[in-house]
Design a protein around this ligand. Sequence first.
Ligand code: CA
Length: 661
Amino acid sequence: MNLYKSKVYIFNLRFFALLMLNFLLGLTCIHAQNKIVQRSPDQKLSLELEIKEGKPTYQITYNNKVFMGKSPLGLITSVGDFTRGLKLKSHQVKPIKERYNLSHSKVSNVNYNANELSCWLVNSKDDAIQIIFRITNRDVAFSYHLPKRKNGGTDATIELEATGFHLPNGSTAFISPQAPAGSGWENTKPSYEEAYTIEEPINTKSKYGLGYTYPALFHLGNLGWMMISETGVDQNYVGTRLSDSKDGLYKVSFPQSGENKGVGANTVTAKLPFQTSWKTITLGTNLSAIVESTAATDVVKPLSAQTKIFNPGRATWSWIVWQDASCNYDDQVTFIDLAATLNCEYILIDALWDTQIGRDKMAELVKYASKKNVGVLLWYNSNGSWNSAPQTPKNLMNTAESRQNEMAWLQKIGVKGMKVDFFGGDKQVTMKLYHDILMDAAKFGLSVNFHGTTLPRGWERMYPAFATSESVMASENLVFEQSFADRYAQTATIYPFTRNAVASMDFGPVFLNDRLNRDPKKGTIRKTTDAFEIATGVLFFSAIQHWGITPENLKEKPSFLFDFLKVVPTVWDETKLIDGYPGKFCILARRKGVKWYIAAINGENTAKKVKVTFPMLAGQNAIIISDGIGKDAKLDTKKFDQNTMFEFDLAPNGGTVIYMK
Ligand code: CA
């Protein structure tokens, strides 16, 4: 007994001595080793990483004010717990200067200038993890990297991300709730088709208690604005989302296990070495930083050797107002002719073409369109068994063999691209399906437009075939629901600051019918002015833009509206926020070549005057489409000399477009 006791005693003494030694060594370098501060190239934005009691946190200040409070970092994985017991082993800083081009985005040439801080941490078992931060003058992006292991497995499973975002007290949110798995029409949700909150205090319970989707915009009171999003998700990750917030802290969470009808894990499994998605935090004292940020593309790399698959452009689209019955041969001829009249590059032929037109007649239709210089885009159901959406064609996109056979046929008959609808959620297995479709489409020279879908995360740069995605309450809701049509003007002023700030958005804008139905006596009533509608053709960015125009509009409305639609580009060299506030109004300027296109919309039900200077218009002859009497638009021209002041006179739910001759 005595012997035993003395052994324990000796062990404890050794342990104590070791502890003391560690403590003394630690004391001398505790600041140097456990806290790192790294600033942006302009020094205004500052990131502080701290390891306290083994737990890593980060904090972000801007102009020395805390924008992001101390927030947790870390992963729990099958190759180690990297949320606690961590020590900082080493770190490195290097400047990153990169110029890159985007062929189908809101900006064409990006001058990326960041400081990269990379930190190696080890846990108590000496397992290593690297956290990589990229700090620009307006963004912090970060990602976790798990190295190859000397001994042991080649795979890792990520069980949990401990990453969080701690918002300052009093912040408010423009943010859309995460929908329950299998909810919605024919179990097609979640599909990023929920209404945004408007200036909702943080810590409010989310609509379904399941947190929120990206991007999430926060108003930090007098401090400014911040947007949180995710990028760089390919087949190796899930689409994450934000939890509800508690005491201002939002945490990253993984998909619900019920997504994809319960099939597939909601965790991540991938080969080592392995890098997670990037979380991006964009901030500034005003909203320009948010609208003009390129964080979604800055930190990702092209995954295909091809650089260009498709020509961006505009499309006519019968389905949106004329619905399912119009996906027949004759109506599509009508819309091909409409596309030719409007100088549209494309026609989108929506669901049910396989039964209502048929494959042989489709080949004929594609030939007819091609004679008119119109490319055909065809709709597909993504199924699979993950929802009950009955529309056909289906079961052609979910397996490699059927998909590639179908794409070979599309290529053979001269189809230019696909719209693929009704996906199963954000699990890794679904992310792999997106990846596979995009990679295959590139091989067959087809563009891809996803609907009923996740947020595209950096895909404009990663995948040359990626054209656009819905991932928003889009124009179909104007047709389906009067309540959406009633609040549309307000909703439209939120999208440029949220969803459309991070990626191409296939809203399907520009409606000139008074009622959104083939029968003019039926359907939802449009509440916006004609000038508002025309302005959304610039305000909303989508590399392929599907107009809500119908043939009778050409007879009923003045030709100057169509003169604009005939020339407006769909991808841009530059995008600038001129003024605006989500939910109230938005004025954007976009440049293509030497020409600027300026769009203003009023999201409120009261008239609004806004005075703005446009230095870019100095010496230019401009065409102005603005609100006239009632819903009608009027046309003016104006020569801007050195005085580039302009006063917008916006009707309730109205708008204005200014563009160069
Ligand atoms: Ca949809």
